[in-house]
Design a protein around this ligand. Structure first.
Ligand SMILES: [Mg+2]
Length: 309
């Protein structure tokens, strides 16, 4: 398959302005490889702009590259979903954000020139996309403790300009030891995974994650078996009672996907589900805050064509 024209969408304001350097670097490497006519650099001017840019791409564009973190990937993918399925260019990612979980799921290199090599090799495949109350997510939707950590990490990142796993862990320790809350929830599986019975259960949890890919929060392997193209949402939740110390140990184990045997950790898979909470929990999709206490969630199989590393 020919790659067609490439559109590179970047947020110059990302990472306290470092996004513009990443855009310049990516554009100069692309220019060297495909020439001025082979690509177009589109810079976002405001939140939500990447979605409009992706939705409005011309038919000559065969690949759209989101340069940045999970936030801009989410926007670009959401823009592609506004187009008819047959008119969605392939989605590639050059990781240049602070949360690069989707890029890792696709197997992208962290250096810009190497990621461009991978994109130009154009190894594509289908990927599912998740939808919650009408909004799309590419990698992660989560509620409770992990969303609180993700949102607090983002707030610290903006405030301090720092990034990385260490910042996430600082946030995690603060949330675990000072804000460890329990959320009552009801899970109603609307469409079960093939071969599984639909379930309805009420319970309480520290966190509830609904995953497309295996990781969140900067490469924590919360659902290590999750696959982007199985048509299923991978669910993981953690139930009481854990002390803050034990919860921290479970979280650290989750960094490497080694939390799966713990009796407080539960997994399910489903095509569609309804999730209700007794009170509004902290919630995030692909690192952005969302609000509400009642969520209808489904998986749209093979909605995107993605470029793998
Ligand atoms: Mg899946």
């Amino acid at each position: 398959m020919a790659i067609g024209k490439i559109a590179l969408i970047a947020n110059p304001a990302a990472q306290n302005g470092r996004g513009s350097w990443a855009a310049v670097e990516a554009a100069s490497h692309l220019r060297a490889r495909v020439g001025d006519d082979g690509f177009r650099l589109l810079l976002t001017e405001r939140p939500g702009h990447a979605m409009a840019l992706a939705a409005g791409l011309g038919e000559e564009v065969g690949a759209v590259i989101a340069l940045g973190g999970d936030g801009i990937v989410n926007e670009v993918a959401s823009g592609l979903m506004e187009r008819p399925a047959a008119a969605r260019p392939a989605l590639g990612v050059i990781p240049a954000g602070s949360g690069n979980d989707y890029a890792a799921t696709l197997g992208m290199a962290s250096s810009i020139p190497r990621a461009i090599d991978q994109i130009l090799a154009f190894r594509t495949g289908p990927a599912d996309i998740g939808r919650v109350n009408g909004r799309y997510f590419v990698e992660t939707l989560s509620f409770g403790l992990d969303a609180a950590i993700a949102l607090d990490t983002m707030e610290r990142r903006v405030r301090t300009g720092r990034a990385g796993t260490r910042l996430y862990l600082e946030s995690a320790v603060d949330q675990l030891f000072h804000h460890l809350e329990i959320y009552d929830f009801a899970l109603n599986v609307l469409r079960a995974a093939p071969g599984l019975a639909p379930i309805y259960l009420k319970g309480s949890c520290y966190l509830f994650a609904v995953q497309m890919g295996p990781t969140y929060g900067g490469h924590f392997r919360i659902t290590p078996e999750a696959s982007l193209d199985d048509g299923l949402l991978d669910l993981c939740w953690a139930t009481p009672t854990l002390t803050a110390k034990r919860a921290l140990a479970v979280l650290l184990a989750a960094r490497f996907g080694r939390h799966t045997g713990n009796r407080h950790i539960h997994f399910e898979r489903a095509e569609a589900l309804e999730l209700s909470f007794g009170c509004e929990p902290p919630a995030q999709i692909d690192g952005e805050k969302i609000e509400g206490d009642h969520f209808i969630i489904d998986c749209i199989p093979g909605a995107l064509t993605v470029i793998f590393g």
